[in-house]
Design a protein around this ligand. Structure first.
Ligand code: ADP
Ligand code: MG
Ligand code: MG
Length: 253
């Protein structure tokens, strides 16, 4: 589904190099988790995949189902099935949540959502929103404006549920969530797990992985993947921290 090869990325302004030979393969239908200390480049990797400006790719490639993402416009990446749930979801004043969802679907989906009447579309969104405990009132408000941290994260999962992407990247979707909100978000994600869809779950903490059980766990630091293992690797890190893994690669915390 996703194949990142020897990816090197620096900030467009200045000389700071963030990704230093990132390699990652996520198979179709699998859930991979990335853990790692702050500043490892986890968010940068997600932004570069999604096509956010401000970064320069100096080497490497990132392919989605064999298609080079790095050559595509951000919108084309979304249309190809890539979805990023942001660590810090953006507020969009003046754009209603419903309008945003309908426009996003029209721009990215092969299936014509235009054929649905306004009433049918509203029902579709409401049904999905209900399971995430997002009330109808929130659907009418501008995207994320005045939403609490937990509401923003649930709204991201609602967008994901509506767009039905193939490759979902969740960047610290658990940060700032209380236990109940984390359970809602996790249930929302688990409901979308399927044979044809892959997930990359970026998290600081093992606790999210109690709810969204990964097939594969990667440890990232200093702009690359240092170690890959099964779910046990996350438990090991929770218990012992990153120091030992970092030291094995000549890095310190
Ligand atoms: P993570 O998500 O793993 O915490 P980030 O990708 O956010 O890591 O950041 C990686 C490193 O790059 C950090 O040292 C961070 O401070 C730096 N960095 C990222 N974006 C910028 C930016 N726009 N300007 C300056 N430094 C940045
Ligand atoms: Mg961080
Ligand atoms: Mg981050």
């Amino acid at each position: 589904m996703l194949e990142i090869n020897n990816l090197h990325v620096k900030l467009e302004e200045g000389e700071k190099v963030i990704l230093k030979g990132m390699n990652l393969t996520v198979e179709t239908g699998k859930v991979h988790a990335i853990m790692g200390p702050n500043g490892s480049g986890k968010s940068t990797m997600s932004y570069v995949l999604a096509g956010r400006p401000g970064y320069t790719v100096t080497a490497g490639s990132a392919k989605l189902q064999g298609q080079e993402l790095l050559d595509m416009e951000p919108e084309a990446r979304a249309a190809a099935g890539l979805f990023l749930a942001f660590q810090y979801p953006v507020e969009i004043p003046g754009v209603g949540n419903m309008t945003f969802l309908r426009t996003a679907l029209n721009r990215t989906q092969a299936r014509a959502i235009d054929e649905l009447s306004a009433g049918e579309f509203l029902k579709l969104v409401r049904d999905k929103a209900k399971s995430l405990k997002i009330d109808a009132e929130m659907l009418k408000r501008p995207v994320n404006v005045g939403f609490s941290g937990g509401e923003k994260k649930r709204n991201e999962i609602l967008q994901m549920a509506m767009l039905e992407p193939k490759m979902c990247i969740l960047d610290e979707t658990d940060s700032g969530l209380d236990v109940d909100a984390m359970r809602l978000v996790s249930e929302g994600v688990n409901a979308l797990r399927s044979e044809g869809r892959s997930f990359l779950v970026i998290t600081h903490y093992q606790r999210l992985l109690d709810h969204i059980q990964p097939d594969v766990v990667h440890i990232m630091a200093d702009g690359r993947i240092l170690q890959t293992g099964g779910p046990d690797l996350a438990l090991e890190v929770e218990k012992n921290g990153y120091a030992e893994i970092l030291a094995a690669h000549g890095l310190t915390e």
